[in-house]
Write a new protein. Sequence first.
Length: 463
Amino acid sequence: MAGIGFELRKLVETRTLRGVLGAAFSGILIVAGPWLISAASLAAAQRLPFLAVPGIALEFTGAMVWALAISICASAAPLYIFVRLSADLIYESRKGEAATLLVKYAAVSALVSIPVGLGLALLLVVEPLSSLLLVLAFALLLAAVNALWAAMVTATVIHKYGRILLAYGLGMVLMYFLARALGPSMGAAGALLGLAAGYALTALLLILASIESLGREPCPDAFRRLRAYAGRYGNLALAGLFYALGTWIDKAVLATFGGVAAPGTRFYVNPGYDTAFYYANLALIPGLVFFTIVTETDFNLDLRRFIGYLGHRRQPEIEGVKTRLIRDSALSIVQQSAFQAVIALGIALVCPLFASSLGFPIAVFDRLLAGGVFQLLLLTALNMLFYLELYQDAALSALTFLLSNFLMSLAACLWGRAAEAQGLPYLAACALSGGLAVTLAFRGLHRFDRIVFLRASGESFGN
């Protein structure tokens, strides 16, 4: 996302209120658009009159959470490979091919998701023959979400902020009014169809905006190239998969041991904890915008400068720019973490005012807010490792996140302390894996000149 960071920084450097607010607003849309539209749709749907019926509300929430979780986890590995290939095509000034790759990838993702979603829904609905509409709605929602991820990622490299805002806005409007129209007669299935339609419209508009910005050129053998990249960057795919699983594994464990589901379904959820997690993740948005505009952009510039010095400058100059890279990277991470901590503290202070209306326990929400500070640290360090192409270290950090969150959540459930411990495994796992990822990232920075020379000699170091 460094490209969008440069564009947003231009707005900040105008030193005008309009420029700063424009950068922040655009950054929020680009970085957190899917989270915002998800949260807004959930909040809006929960206030629809027909969802006041407890069984219908639980059926809708359960199906929505399962669709999002399955989509994020199942699509993570191929999506990371898609992003890597797209980034390479754009870097090589083959933007038209990247747009065509997006169309093909999004279309295949959606088409494959429909039969997969139908199969999963048949397993998760107790009597699928009497709930065919719910089964179909779940499959369509899964397909729309999978297409949206690819469209959202590609949209980060275009500069059509107004079109992106329009895509999210129109998707939200369609989602709300279609759910409102279909819900009274179709129940939770109608709300899910509205949700799927809104996501699909957003994805379509983002794809069209990307095509308009990037152009269209043939991209022959697109999926053969994706398979080749998957073999070459297997650890990158694993890093994405482990991180996605890690974000959901505590919720899955809690649902297994003490979750609830609407009658006739197996969409087990923990409403209080799931809602707290969902809204606590929204607190990451300011930190992610800071990361996009400041941390990542500075790191990108300093890393480019350092690589440019290698082989062209004297050793003292190379050591000097490396020292600056390490020092400035550490300073940016400290500033970003402090900024996110202040945001989390501020939200925690006002949390008692809205927690009851949103339906989550304050103590759990506070733990998840604290976890978010370390989660942002983990995300930052993972991105640094991606820049350095130390994918093996990134996969190890993400695996640590997954295993620690799983084992601590499982232990809490087995010892009968699941309710009291909610949020603590996630906080501890984020802190542990974030610390490991930062350590590995700075270890890589300290020896990056050696790594570059090893790669130049033909070694696939860190892949």
